[in-house]
Design a protein around this ligand. Sequence first.
Ligand SMILES: [Zn+2]
Ligand SMILES: [Zn+2]
Length: 853
Amino acid sequence: MTKSKTEPDDERTRIERYDPGAIEARWQATWANLGLYDTDLRDTSKPKYYLLTMYPYPSGDLHIGHWYIVTPSDALARYRRMHGYNVFFPIGFDAFGLPAENAAIKNGGHPFTWTMSNIENMRRQFRTMGATFAWDAEVVTADPEYYRWNQWLFLKFMEQGLAYRAKSPVDWCPNDGTLAREQVEGTERRCWRCGALVEKRDLDQWYLRTTAYADELLDFTGLDWPEPVKIMQTNWIGRSEGAEIDFKTAPDDHQAGGDTLRVFTTRPDTLFGATFMVLAPEHPLVATLTHPNHRAEVDAYIEQARRRTEIERLSTDREKTGVALGADAINPVNGARIPVYIADYVLSGYGTGAIMAVPAHDERDFAFATKFGLPIRRVVAEPGVEPDAPMGDAFVAHASDERLVNSGRFDGLSVDEGGKAIVADLALTGRAEPKVTYRLRDWLVSRQRYWGTPIPVVYCEVDGIVPVPFEDLPVRLPETVDYKGSGDNPLNHDEAFRSTTCPRCHGPARRETDTMDTFMDSSWYWFRYLSPERMDGPVDRAMTDRWTPVDQYTGGAEHAVMHLMYSRFFTKAMADVGLVRDREPFIRLFNQGQILGADGERMSKSRGNVQDPDELVERYGADTVRLYLMFMGPWDQGGPWSPSGIDGPHRFLNRVWTLILDGTGREPGDPDAGALPAGQSEADAARAIRAAAHKTLRDVTADYEAFRFNTMIAKLMELANTLFRYRGTVAAGTPAWDEATGLLLLMLAPAAPHVTEELWKRRLAASGVEWSSIHTQAWPELDVSATTETTREIPVQVNGKLRDKVIVAADASAQDIETAVLARDRIREILDGRTPDRIIVAGGGKLINLVIR
Ligand SMILES: [Zn+2]
Ligand SMILES: [Zn+2]
């Protein structure tokens, strides 16, 4: 470590050097022995504060990213305790999942062994951080005593119809098997885990009925969540209001007509502008409708569409293709015959597989109509626009002053009124129905993996799907696992696991070999923290009523439409089953940013830019690492690791160490030693010290509340600098000095818990007071009267050159300032008996300039 200039040389220092290695482990052990952070969940004498940080995946080592996530949360936990809250700050491990299996496949061994040894290492590392986790509440999701409750909840949900099995086209990754829709990323449809292109397969799978809560999930009332997360969830749920409208096929020489073509539209107001229809090539009526003269062309097109991936079909920049079937449909609103096309951008798996095309008011339909020479009929116009004015492009705007045109008796209505009136009119004859649709689909939870919670059902030839009785839970994973052979789920080949007896008829039965998506484990873990040992149910209702919802949740925004949405779904479903009271899990959510490598890239072993926290703790101590991570920038923004940035916080802690242990000390050779800053009396100095300390207290309190950890630390650094100016002066012996240095320690304690505890102890010992931990002290009270400015400092120039500074009363007049300046030794020396020609007090007293010829 390089020695900083501000840090005194060892030889000259009369105090012991700051050595984090000598104090941190000792305090961690003391706190653990005292049970300082054990939370008594039954204690109702204080208000509760449930602080939750997303539990980590036991990947092996804590990397600096884990520290970045945890240390500000830990500071917040300590801060809230000082405010008199009964704080619950638990931790656990999200222990099922793929990396453990990959390690087992690669290196042999069992995923359990790999996972548990990683957890052990991470527990140790969390302790070196000084994190105040309530370890007695820890949960490990791969523990049968945890996952049995996943199974229990699954069975409860089955009873309520919230868990079900169905065959449908599912998203399938060639490496990971089935995926939830939320785990398919981007328009390219890639696997969230491995990046492979995701295919569609028809499979029997288990689902949780998230769609039952679609509307409720759109309601964020009472939640203090970042706007982007709410927007992502809202968009993902994708509620759109519209109508289903039935078109009939028109009779023709090759077919009788009268078949129904159902479409969904969010713009029923534009129905008079529907001048053609487009079906998916897979639509069941295509064969019937196709005119013999069009057969060859239609068949060729269908064949071509079959070879295209969904991605290609949905790609927005591709030119739209399509062919006419040689048949018409009848627009139900005006009886017009309109031609029917097939085009591959309409997909059969979505909606009804048919759309009504309104080229005047939809860009894609406009392009299609232009290409095929189809009529474009305007049915919505802004004020002053001629109803039949030619259109160079689709008009898609939707403002309140637009009116329907070319729409018969609906002309003149607004877009909203007109849409409703048209649907109501058609509904009279059963040809339309108002309809709300959602983008959200039920959550596919089956995974073809060993290392997850077994889905607790059996298949019996007589009884079909039979749930495992509650009293037989847990369905345990077999202890041995054989990854040899195909990449298939090893449970499929484990006869001892697969073969069982039917709980109903006691005949032979086969166990479900799919396991649950690990996101099920994380959808309710914070409830379990409150009663990790409980044997008669997943949660302790009295405890969850007292402690949930979680007051503050911190974690990454990348979980917006997975974990954070599934958790809301689970909470609502658990409330409906009567297990918990509240319908929302987390009142306040904060998304921290991501810490990157020094090269600005995501930290990864392969890039070699990973920062090892153990090494940093060894070199600088945990307190410095904690401070640096909080100091490096706003917590919600993250940013690149700076190898040199850590020196500043380290110097700061050294400075605090010196201030507290050697406040009256003087550095030999310091010319100002012992002198108060310019023009201050001892009383002025004491007032200035108190003002600085209480202003800092005011600002630091606000910063903690708003999670502005970086500015909080900057302000503490400033206070330390101010105090350092008074070190070795008479002011260092005043009660104001003692108060200010005490405040500095108390304010710094949540962020740098070890060094402040050590200094606190030594201070108490020096004044003969018995030690009680700094972390059990109350947050200091602000003295507002002390924060009002009593003095100010004014730079003094002579002939435009800065030569001195003077401190005057805050309300000093120009005359007072002049007098104070002329009384300064330094200035008298420069004047050498002369009188200045002019004295200019500039900027309302911000600067003073003496002019001498
Ligand atoms: Zn994959
Ligand atoms: Zn049976």
